[in-house]
Design a protein around this ligand. Structure first.
Ligand SMILES: [Zn+2]
Length: 275
């Protein structure tokens, strides 16, 4: 079984759980399959089982994942599986004589390792990853090939451009301020330098002219609209007939409804999910 074996010099013992001791006869290397070999294996007298030391596996660059079904020993260097074992009774057994132990050594191809780096480094392009590799800019980044042999679905989705909405060619309103569309965005995660959290949009249906107001609080929506309406009606000598917003709860607690009622301006709601 051993590829090489060095006989122990002096007396060295291993103590088992049953308090029995076994004499260490020698230390050697064992090649289990083409992908995996064990070093510093102790040959112990009277030991009926071949035992794998977890701490030694971890020391030599492996991670062990124990579950209720078995154990997977994973190479820390590239996350590939070195071998697997099954849980039988209270023991985790690894059968290296069977092809299965080898078969499950899901070998990560070099190119897919490249893709793994692509994912981990925030979807950097393959060309830049190659630059990093060639320039030795990342420690331990060796033995990886960065080939653009497939399309990353996340990158593709990120670069896709949405089809614009078809422009509305028919204008149903006959003059400015007949119908105003309005919407309220916010609160935003990052407050602007001016301390504003909300954006209040008003679009004139006829001219498509747009006004944007940045507000620090929802409570000033009514006041803002009041001022806007007063100025617009005065300047253009017209009356605002209707406003339209989506049926959301954005304008709740803004008291804009009260003002609209007072002024006799109709409030329509657009059908949800239609632009
Ligand atoms: Zn990507």
């Amino acid at each position: 079984m051993f590829d090489s074996l060095t006989k122990s010099s002096g007396d060295h013992y291993i103590t088992f759980a049953s308090n029995e001791r076994g004499k260490v006869l020698g230390t050697g290397n064992i090649t289990l399959n083409s992908q995996f070999n064990l070093s510093k294996v102790l040959l112990v007298d009277t030991l009926g089982y071949n035992l794998l030391s977890i701490s030694q596996l971890c020391d030599s660059g492996f991670n062990c994942l124990f579950t209720n079904e078995g154990v997977s020993v994973i190479r820390r260097s590239d996350d590939s599986i070195a071998f697997k074992g099954v849980l039988k009774g209270k023991l985790y057994l690894v059968d290296f004589s069977q092809e299965k132990a080898q078969l499950d050594t899901c070998l990560v191809a070099k190119s897919s390792l490249g893709w793994l780096r692509h994912l981990r480094l925030a979807h950097v392009g393959m060309r830049n990853l190659n630059k990093l590799l060639k320039g030795d800019h990342i420690l331990e980044l060796t033995n990886v090939s960065f080939e653009k042999d497939r399309v990353c679905s996340a990158c593709q989705a990120g670069k896709q451009v949405g089809v614009p909405h078809p422009s509305k060619s028919i204008v149903t309103t006959l003059k400015p301020f007949e119908l105003l569309h309005m919407d309220l965005f916010g609160p935003v995660a990052y407050i602007s330098i001016g301390g504003n959290k909300y954006s209040f949009f008003i679009v004139d249906d006829y001219s498509r002219f747009t006004w944007v107001f940045f507000l620090h609080d929802k409570s000033v929506v009514q006041e803002t609209f009041k001022k806007f309406a007063k100025r617009a009606q005065n300047e253009f000598e017209t009356k605002i007939k209707k406003v339209r917003s989506d049926n959301g709860t954005k304008f709740k607690n803004t008291n804009i409804e009260e003002y609209l009622d007072e002024e006799g301006i109709g409030h329509e709601f657009s059908v949800p999910y239609t632009p």
